[in-house]
Design a protein around this ligand. Structure first.
Ligand code: AMP
Ligand code: ZN
Length: 115
C-alpha cells in the first residue's frame, strides 16, 4: 500500500519511535499518547482493518496479541494494560491499517477511554 501511513512507517519512510519489531509485527509509540504508555502494534503486512482480515491473517493477528504483554512491561506498564482495536466508521478507526493500541502505565486506565 503505497500511501498508507503505517506501511510507510514499516518501510522506514516516516520516522517512528519503535519499541518492538520482529519479522511480522512492528510496535511504536503513538504520536499523541493518551496515557503514560501508549503503543501501537501493527502487522507489517497491510491489512486495512479487522473488517478486512481473513483466516489467513490468524498468525500475525495472534502474534500481535502474544507480544502485547512484553511490550507493555518493557514500556513500564508492569501490572496490566488495555488493548484496543478500533474498526471502521463505527469503531472510530482513523488510520486504515490494523493497529492495536496498548494503553497503560502505573495507574488504572479507567472504565473506558475518551477520545
Ligand atoms: P485509530 O483512531 O484507532 O485509528 O488510531 C490511530 C492512532 O494513530 C491515533 O492514536 C494517532 O495518534 C496515531 N498516529 C497517527 N499518526 C501517527 C504517527 N505518524 N506515528 C504514531 N502514531 C500515529
Ligand atoms: Zn498499510
Amino acid at each position: 500500500m503505497q500511501d498508507c501511513l503505517f506501511c510507510r512507517i514499516v518501510r522506514g519512510e516516516i520516522p517512528a519511535a519503535k519499541v518492538y519489531e520482529d519479522d511480522e509485527v512492528l510496535a511504536f509509540n503513538d504520536i499523541q499518547p493518551q496515557r503514560p504508555v501508549h503503543v501501537l502494534v501493527i502487522p507489517k503486512k497491510h491489512i486495512t482493518s479487522l473488517a478486512h482480515a481473513g483466516v489467513e491473517d490468524t498468525p500475525v493477528l495472534g502474534r500481535m496479541l502474544a507480544v502485547a504483554n512484553q511490550i507493555a512491561v518493557d514500556q513500564g506498564s508492569t501490572d496490566g494494560f488495555r488493548s484496543i482495536i478500533n474498526t471502521g466508521r463505527v469503531g472510530g478507526q482513523e488510520v486504515m491499517h490494523v493497529h492495536m493500541h496498548i494503553v497503560g502505565g502505573q495507574e488504572p486506565v479507567g472504565p473506558m477511554l475518551k477520545r
